[in-house]
Design a protein around this ligand. Structure first.
Ligand SMILES: Cc1cc2nc3c(=O)[nH]c(=O)nc-3n(C[C@H](O)[C@H](O)[C@H](O)COP(=O)(O)O)c2cc1C
Length: 454
């Protein structure tokens, strides 16, 4: 089989993920693996792009090989997918799958994103493989990879493909928002508040521009717009890890300072984008990836966020998960996600009200699975890489993020005792409700002292 490998890693030949593809090429020499890097496609001039298009179109199957980057794929792969669509790459009926390496932090949303786009391009999908960065160097990892590929071949032989369950719906309305608008009432002094809207909106007549404008007109606090489409970003994150020690990016476009001074110091952030290819689009993704200069430090914990989204977000479950996941991992209260699928006036007013409440009261909620699970992955990763990820390590120590279970030895000891008791049939029979009583004892003691709030 002739397989076109789309290498989405900005590291090109130095990609760790690509080494898994090379392994497959060595193990299965009866198949050909032609590698096309995202950078090659993005920067190709017209003739070159036509040539690459023909080569990719001549393959039997496509294999997307890329690292997971900030919940999805590197901005370079997002741009590549945009080009496939803009240039009408004829891929219908081909079979596609994916290989990623990562630390498994939101690998699921990355895979869903690529899967959705494979469907958009009219291809059949076979489930991909999400490997840890180091898996290829273990016997188990090599076996997993071989099994993945053999399963892929089996699916191709028997036409066992995954198909899109339903076509996304787009119930777009052209917005016309009222002309004279009153500000939402604030019950506290909002003069010191500085809310920033981060957007890549370039069309003044778009629904997104109208939503931004409406938000600004009713907000009883200062609202700045930072348009990242206009910011002179020199390129997407290169994955070079040079920022690991100092937090300084190798690019000299001043983005790290811009991020810290103009965005992270705000009282709240509103992200405003248009849904593109089941994500926020390659420009926004570039902005997100470049935030890697902050490493894995949750620098804006407690800062409220909100979203103004143009597009059919209701049918974008994966993108909604990403929005929630990002807020949860960052410890940012998510004050609302407004779309233009239905009239957004009331939802924008509600978003402003919720922002006001959160900014006044400092309201936060404990992280759910998205946040707790994500931070556990980061905790283990940074501890292991503390020699290199020095800025992250310092931050994690300072903020008590190293909450390893092995440090909780009194609880472990208690569990040994309970385990010993439970393994004795006679004791279990006599116990009755003693265990439940024992578990509730500290809560009962605490609740017995609680007084009504003044
Ligand atoms: C900007 C950036 C963002 C990343 N985001 C994630 C992530 O969201 N989840 C994860 O598990 N790993 C993440 N990683 C780690 C990479 O996925 C991992 O290092 C991968 O193996 C690199 O593969 P490559 O050498 O093929 O580019 C990120 C790395 C960088 C540089």
């Amino acid at each position: 089989m002739k397989i076109a490998v789309i290498n989405g890693s900005p590291k090109g030949e130095y990609s760790i993920t690509l080494q898994s593809v090379k392994y497959l090429a060595l193990r299965y020499p009866e198949h050909t693996f032609d590698v096309f890097s995202a950078n090659q496609i993005i920067f190709a001039k017209e003739d070159k792009l036509t040539c690459l298009k023909e080569q990719i179109e001549s393959a039997d199957a496509l294999l997307f090989s890329y690292p997971v980057y900030t919940f999805i794929a590197p901005s370079q792969l997002h741009r590549t997918i945009e080009i496939f669509k803009e240039e009408h790459f004829s891929l219908t009926g081909k079979i596609a799958t994916q290989i990623t390496t990562s630390k498994h932090f939101y690998d699921i949303t990355a895979h869903n994103y690529v899967k959705e786009n494979i469907f958009d391009l009219g291809m059949h999908y076979v489930r991909g493989i999400s490997a840890d960065m180091e898996d290829l160097l273990t016997k188990r990892g090599q076996a997993d990879l071989e099994q993945f590929f053999e399963h892929f071949l089996f699916c191709v032989d028997h036409s066992l493909y995954l198909e899109r369950r339903e076509a996304p719906q787009r119930s777009r309305v052209d917005l016309s928002l009222p002309e004279s608008i009153e500000k939402v009432e604030a019950t506290f002094d909002t003069s010191a508040l500085d809310v920033v809207i981060v957007t890549d909106c370039t069309d003044e007549n778009s629904n997104l521009a109208r939503m931004i404008s409406y938000f600004r007109s009713i907000a009883p606090f200062s609202v700045r717009v930072e348009n990242i489409a206009e910011y002179p970003l020199k390129g997407g994150c290169l994955g070079c890890f040079r920022c690991a020690v100092s937090g300084k990016c190798v690019y000299t476009d001043g983005f790290d300072t811009y991020l810290r001074e103009r965005i992270q110091k705000a009282s709240a952030i509103i992200y405003a984008f248009t849904v593109r290819d089941h994500s926020m689009g390659s420009r926004f993704k570039m902005f997100d990836d470049r935030q890697f200069c902050n490493g894995h430090r949750t620098l804006t914990t407690g800062m409220p966020v909100g979203y103004l989204v143009e597009g059919a977000l209701a049918s974008e479950e994966n993108l909604r998960t990403i929005i929630e996941g990002r807020a949860e991992v960052g410890g940012n209260p998510l004050c609302g996600v407004v779309t233009d699928e239905t009239s957004p006036e009331k939802p924008i007013e509600n978003l402003v009200r919720e922002l006001l409440y959160v900014m006044e009261k400092g309201y936060t909620t404990p992280a759910n699975f998205y946040g707790v699970g994500g931070m556990k992955i980061f905790r283990d990763l940074i501890y292991q890489m503390r020699g290199m990820m020095r800025a992250d390590h310092k931050f994690y120590k300072k903020h008590g993020i190293y909450d390893f279970p092995q440090k909780k030895w009194p609880t472990s000891l208690k569990m040994y005792l309970v385990g010993m008791l439970l393994s004795n049939e006679k004791i279990v029979k006599k116990m009755g409700n003693t265990m439940n009583d024992g578990m509730l004892a500290p809560y009962r003691k605490f609740l017995s002292k609680v007084k009504p709030k003044d």
